[in-house]
Ligand binder design. Structure first.
Ligand SMILES: NC(=O)c1ccc[n+]([C@@H]2O[C@H](COP(=O)([O-])OP(=O)(O)OC[C@H]3O[C@@H](n4cnc5c(N)ncnc54)[C@H](O)[C@@H]3O)[C@@H](O)[C@H]2O)c1
Length: 318
């Protein structure tokens, strides 16, 4: 039976990946620090749910090289999702972003080398396309003008993993996720926050004039991409691949859809445009399909309906 490590497994995407691996019969060990970027109680509750389903949960910090080395013992493959997410947080506190995302990932790569683990799928981000990007974004584009420390840290992860493939024969696939949403979504991200506030009758904070365009990806699609990448990782090969919805929606259109799905008329609180944000993201999925057999299956409207139902349950609204 395959044994996999999921770093950041108590978080949004990691918890869904852990459940998908369990469901197909793999053994799963989660490594997570319950970082305070958002309420750690949410992550501890998720970890307790995973534990009850048979996941081994290890509390530890990527910045602690010894803890990371212990976490990879006896592991066949790794899904590396632990990170300090968030563009704005990285502008306010770039040192923490780099300590976790860059030094932490280096600790993991060193641990994999020492333990001889050869399969790695890891989270990169659509933000690596930065100022160079021409939509739809293709992996062959340069990605050398990141707009935030967060984007730079994710691009650094890709380059670091590529180096370990060259030097030590690791098999690694970096996945450029495009704005992910769904049940257990991060409370700092637009869709989860907007739905929660809609149901609670609170104003919706909107950065900029609503013209920012995003390629939103439902979490089940992301999970299929991650699991396919873990299975596809081949010693001596390095790849990056987009995992996105493949369609674009402006924030203004998103607000309209949220009104329709929730049945609530939204009160918008307009805020200045956020520094470091990409004005537009859009995934070209040609490589994801060729490399991973990936296709996006959940359209935004359907994903929003599922997320809205989960949000109502989480708020105790039935
Ligand atoms: N959600 C998105 O739209 C999106 C888009 C692009 C990329 N990503 C990337 O996907 C990954 C997962 O994101 P998410 O949205 O699930 O975020 P999340 O914050 O819900 O999950 C990250 C998890 O990592 C853990 N963690 C943070 N610092 C740690 C450390 N030092 N040691 C061990 N664990 C630590 C956190 O406690 C958390 O449980 C991240 O790498 C993120 O940068 C996410």
């Amino acid at each position: 039976m395959a044994r996999h490590l999921v770093t950041g497994g108590a978080g949004f995407i990691g918890s869904h990946v852990s459940e998908a691996l369990l469901a197909r019969g793999d053994q799963v060990r989660v490594f997570d620090s319950f970082d305070p970027y958002y309420d750690p109680a949410i992550k501890r509750a998720t970890a307790a749910e995973l534990s009850a389903q048979g996941v081994e949960v290890v509390e530890g910090d990527l910045r602690d090289a010894d803890a990371v080395a212990r976490a990879v013992e006896g592991i066949d493959g790794v899904v590396h999702l632990a990170a300090r997410p968030g563009v704005r947080a990285s502008i306010e506190d770039p040192h923490t972003t780099f300590a976790i995302n860059v030094t932490g990932t280096l600790n993991l790569l060193e641990a994999l080398r020492a333990a001889g683990v050869q399969r790695l799928a890891f989270a990169s981000s659509s933000s690596v396309y930065g100022g160079d990007a021409t939509a739809p974004f293709r992996e062959a584009q340069p990605a050398s003008r990141p707009l935030s420390p967060y984007a730079a840290s994710k691009r650094a992860n890709e380059l670091m993993a590529a180096t370990y493939v060259e030097l030590f024969g690791l098999g690694a696939i970096g996945l450029r996720f495009f704005t992910v949403y769904g049940p257990r979504g991060r409370p700092d991200m637009a869709i989860g926050k907007f739905l929660r506030r809609a149901y609670l009758g609170e104003a919706i904070p909107l950065f900029g004039d609503g013209s920012v365009i995003r390629d939103f990806t439902y979490v089940d699609d992301i999970v299929r991409g991650v699991v396919a990448a873990l299975d596809r990782a081949t010693p001596g090969e390095f790849h990056v691949s987009n995992i996105g919805g493949g369609a674009t929606t402006s924030m203004r259109e998103l607000l309209g859809l949220i009104e329709e799905v929730s049945g609530v008329t939204l009160e918008i609180e307009q805020l200045p445009a956020a520094a470091g944000d990409m004005p537009l993201t859009h995934a070209d999925l040609t490589r994801a399909e060729a490399l991973l057999g990936f296709e996006s299956r959940v359209p935004l409207r359907e994903g929003l309906e599922r997320t809205a139902a989960w949000t109502r349950r989480a708020l105790g609204l039935g």
